[in-house]
Design a protein around this ligand. Structure first.
Ligand SMILES: [Zn+2]
Length: 251
């Protein structure tokens, strides 16, 4: 646990520094940037508390008492099955109106950086964790594997949301296996056809296998991040933390 925390913290600091040094989109001003950090990290703080108090203990309980219908008890199998699950779950969040109410909060972010990766409504985090318990139960995924997977998701998600301008060739090669910032940027583009594509979290091949990979456009600095409806009145662009938390419950 200690080593895991050190690795994650080092990774995060490194990403923030690289973002600062090699940004894909230059931040407009420091004040706005700090506000963005603060708001998203507040989401992250709420979700960390829920994770420590609820999700981790429940995952351990279910893992220790699982059915093991199909269990290979191998880390590769566990990572593949859990990553496939969150790919399918992410698609469900875009296609089921009730789930979209909560997932939308993630997409209302007007710019992307490392902190966007923790901007999730706590209800989405809780529902997602509860459904994942079914997967852990059926496939008998060990608690150690769940923890490794969680660390991998955190590392992958912070990377794919980061505002880093990577070497094009390096990123292209990486994108055959891993979801890169360019791939995920398209998922946050305002056009709904783009938002409803590129759902992967760790591996990019699920999108290619299930036909949701978006090869039509490449990310560029002029693209708008967010949702088309922003500013239309339903959601104002700069909703405060509390308003974002309440937004899914409004008619
Ligand atoms: Zn999404």
């Amino acid at each position: 646990m200690e080593t895991k925390s050190i690795i994650i913290l080092t990774w995060l600091i490194a990403l923030v520094l690289i973002e600062y040094r090699y940004p894909f989109i230059l931040p407009k001003n420091l004040r706005e940037k700090l506000g963005h950090y603060l708001k998203n990290l507040s989401f992250g703080g709420i979700n960390t508390i829920i994770s420590i108090l609820l999700i981790i203990p429940l995952s351990k309980l279910v893992s220790d008492n699982s059915l093991q219908i199909i269990s290979f008890d191998h880390i590769i199998f566990s990572i593949l099955i859990l990553d496939l699950f969150i790919y399918l779950w992410h698609r469900a969040n875009h296609n089921i109106a009730f789930l979209w109410r909560f997932h939308k909060i993630h997409h209302l972010d007007r710019s992307l950086d490392v902190t966007s990766s923790v901007r999730f409504h706590f209800i989405e985090v809780m529902i997602s964790a509860l459904i994942r318990l079914v997967v852990i139960f059926l496939f008998g995924i060990s608690f150690a594997h769940v923890l490794i997977f969680e660390a991998m998701v955190f590392i992958a998600s912070s990377f794919q949301h980061s505002n880093i301008n990577l070497n094009k060739r390096f990123e292209k090669n990486l994108s055959y296996l891993i979801v890169t910032p360019s791939i995920h940027f398209i998922h946050h583009e305002k056009e709904m056809a783009n938002t409803n594509s590129n759902y992967g979290t760790i591996f990019s091949f699920w999108d290619r296998i299930f036909g949701s990979s978006n090869q039509n456009i490449e990310r560029n600095q002029d693209m708008d991040i967010g949702l088309k409806e922003m500013g239309s009145g339903e959601y104002l662009p700069d909703l405060k933390l509390l308003d974002l938390l309440k937004a899914p419950f409004k008619k």
